[in-house]
Design a binder for this molecule. Structure first.
Ligand SMILES: Cc1ncc(COP(=O)(O)O)c(C=O)c1O
Length: 351
């Protein structure tokens, strides 16, 4: 009954089976194998365009290496102040870009807006030798607040990026969750809207450890191959990363898993709204919920064995609850019942 993260889960059985199936016999190394080719072919089909796809093992590597293609070392990357690249990657983007600066901006419900970026870029000191030079924008889809950028939001931000000659990166660690919520076409919220590079996540949504860097602007791909190798992320037995991605995409497992996770999150959020004093900090659009609950309910939930994070610190009552591809409906029901029971007991004591 662990709602801490979609990283605390195991992998989808289909993905484990694919690893086992990929285990037999000799296969070309360093990504020259059939499985890696097939992953790229599947992604071309899904995104309805020619592209280059590079499997890596972590989201941090996907993001930091992607950004290294979009900025010189004296450049600036604009992102949300809660972006994973800004707060959770231990300086990997700065390291892999050779020292580019992250300029982090506030934004309601985890999102940046085109007008805000436009204002910030107008003040960015273009051509001023004393200042870092704006080079890229990075959006997170779904955001760190569990919300999703609409295709129009992405397109408006891409317009601003183009106006200033910037690259547009999307951290899609939870891309599938955003996609199924939006009921959108993958192309419409990425390259057609102006995204140059996507970190296409799989780990949180059923893989063991696999993400793909999807480069829509193919002329950047050759450089990426060298950057990935130099960073130590070119796996000799690439088949095992690719087998995960291949199974993830096969039969739309990625969409099925994300639909389940989102549905569980929605159910949880709706159920918790019946707890007196409960409030949501952000709209629930993907698989993460940010909910404020009475302290007595939180203590009771913990005593009942539920695990989750208090988001803003141990003395705060805002919780982050994350549903995943394998979240059980019974656990969601039990969580809601426990929260209600403990909140009601507190009210009885007050009365
Ligand atoms: C928005 C986002 N991006 C990227 C990542 C990937 O991080 P990791 O390097 O831990 O795979 C995460 C994981 O928590 C995340 O939440």
């Amino acid at each position: 009954m662990n709602f801490c993260s979609d990283n605390v889960t195991g992998a989808s059985p289909e993905i484990l089976a694919a690893l086992s199936a990929a285990n037999g016999g000799a296969l070309a190394s360093y990504g020259s194998d059939k499985l890696t080719e097939r992953v790229e072919a599947r992604l071309k089909e899904i995104f309805e365009t020619d592209l280059a796809a590079f499997p890596v093992a972590t989201g941090t590597a996907a993001n930091a290496l992607s950004l290294s293609l979009l900025t010189p070392s004296w450049g600036a990357i604009y992102c949300h102040q809660d972006a994973h690249i800004a707060v959770d990657e231990c300086g990997a983007p700065e390291f892999y870009t050779g020292g580019a600066k992250l300029v982090d901006l506030p934004g309601e419900h985890g999102k940046l807006t085109a007008s805000q970026l436009s204002d910030a870029l107008a003040r960015s000191g273009k051509g001023v030798v004393h200042q870092v030079q704006a080079a890229a924008i990075s959006l997170t889809q779904a955001t760190e607040a569990g919300t999703a950028y609409r295709p129009d939001d992405v397109a408006a931000i891409a317009d601003v990026a183009r106006g200033y000659g910037l690259g547009l990166h999307m951290d899609g660690a939870r891309f599938a969750n955003a996609l199924v919520f939006l009921d959108a076409n993958p192309a419409d919220i990425t390259w057609r809207a102006g995204v140059d590079i996507l970190s296409f996540g799989a780990t949180k949504n059923g893989a063991l450890a696999a993400e793909a860097v999807v480069i829509f602007d193919k002329k950047r791909a050759e450089e990426f191959a060298f950057r990935r190798k130099r960073a130590g992320h070119l796996f000799s037995k690439m088949r095992f990363l690719s087998a995960q991605l291949d199974a993830y995409l096969e039969g739309d497992l990625w969409l099925k898993n994300a639909r389940h996770a989102n549905a569980m999150a929605k159910r949880l959020a709706e159920g918790l709204m019946a707890v007196p004093g409960a409030t949501l900090a952000h709209p629930v659009e993907a698989n993460e919920i940010f909910v404020d609950l009475p302290e007595t309910a939180i203590r009771g939930l913990t005593a009942d064995g539920f695990q989750f994070y208090r988001w803003l610190g141990e003395d705060k009552t805002l919780l982050r609850l994350v549903a995943a591809h394998d979240t059980k409906e019974a656990d969601v029901t039990a969580f809601i019942a426990s929260a209600k029971r403990h909140a009601a007991r507190a009210n009885e004591r007050v009365a």
